[in-house]
Design a protein around this ligand. Structure first.
Ligand SMILES: [Zn+2]
Length: 80
């Protein structure tokens, strides 16, 4: 267990496997599948274990680095 109590609202934090977590940098999004995280049952705040934090940061770096982004699969576009 990562944390048992939410730092924001004091609610109970339960470990969950999130099927799709979205990492966003500006207008670019990367969907990360099957992420383990502690989720607050009250406010929904997520707490990630260290390994997952590193993985998400690495993906964030990939978004900033266009060359590395090309290695990822494009599954759609976002329009406004
Ligand atoms: Zn909370």
């Amino acid at each position: 267990m990562i944390v048992s109590k939410c730092a924001i609202c004091g609610g109970k934090v339960e470990e969950q496997e999130i099927s799709e977590e979205v990492v966003r940098v500006g207008n670019d999004f990367v969907i990360v599948e099957n992420v383990k995280a502690g989720v607050c049952v009250e406010c929904g705040e997520r707490y990630y274990p260290p390994g997952v934090v590193d993985r998400l940061r690495d993906i964030e770096r990939s978004i900033r680095d266009r060359k590395r982004l090309k290695k990822l699969d494009v599954i759609g576009s976002t329009y406004i």
